[in-house]
Write a protein that binds this ligand. Sequence first.
Ligand SMILES: Cc1ncc(COP(=O)(O)O)c(C=O)c1O
Length: 375
Amino acid sequence: MERRQFFRTGVAAGLLGASLPDSLEAITRPRRGRGTTATPTKLSSNENPLGLSPAAEKAIIEGLVDANRYPGDTRRKVIAALAEHHHVGGENIVTGGGSTEILRVAVHAMGLPNGRLVAAEPTFEDAPGYSAPVGIPIDKVPLRPDASHDVPRMRDVASRSDGPVVVFICNPNNPTGTLTSCAEVDAWITEATDNIFFILDEAYFDFVEDSSYWSGLKWINDNPNVLVSRTFSKVYGMAGLRLGYGIAHPTTVRKLIGVATRNNCNHLAGVAGLASLADRTFYRKSVDVNRQSRHILYEALRHLEIEHLPSHTNFVMHRIRGSLADYNGRMLEHGFRVGRPFPPMTDHSRISMGLPTDMERLADTLHTFRNKGWI
Ligand SMILES: Cc1ncc(COP(=O)(O)O)c(C=O)c1O
């Protein structure tokens, strides 16, 4: 039997234990994170607790047969599908091994040589993380009291430099989950001088339901100084597969591709991405389940009168009492791995959404903590 037939007829699935869909279910779902100290439920990395779209799982199994080939065709298909999805041209899309690669190539392509990075604090660490090792100085601007980016101060800091300035705006922001006014960002982009390049990180775009929020995509046709980054890691549940992308003006895309890893859309991630994009049922389920889980956590936090930030994402930041190390240790003892420290907000814990049943258990745990006087 040919390899292709072997994978497609379900013989491979038979070897895995059962009929294809059932075996996939068994393989992917209940293996980890049972909520014990040894296998804690992972609420620490803003992943999707549903796993992959069933269509993506199937596409991966079927795609294994071509894993010996370089992924050029797959990458072209992913670019075409993304272009259609976003109503842009293929020349507006650059793929990445996760959107973190998009952040790296943007910082290096636009910040070198002699540039600086302006970013909020705290924000997602990767753009600063890619700047420091190559000697790009970082200007950190604290978030405002409402945890939005302090756009006026960021503008002021950026305006002090004549050289290249890369501005990283994470909207919604990680780790706070909060929004920054898109109108304010737009006003800055409209008035910015040519040396300022904007990375608009929209990793959590799909979870936002606030009508005052919009994507930066509207800029990319006319403004080569704006990049929008998106990911398959969150709403599509593909964090382990590594597929992200940037959307920008074609001249910008060409510069970014120049420093991106060659063949960076791995074949299995690519076929899973294509299937995920087409599976709108799974997409809606991801958004719905996240909303339900967030509601359960909000209710618990409100009931216990624990201060927390309004989240537009798949995680919520809430205030803790005492040390974060103690809090995280106690959470682990109760079967939950929660977020790492996000200085300077070490008096807060970031909790990523699990399934609603996970969040019910977490709510019970928070009540236990209150009874013990820990929160
Ligand atoms: C705001 C933000 N941007 C980018 C990323 C990187 O995601 P990935 O590389 O998986 O696309 C993350 C991951 O958590 C994130 O929170």
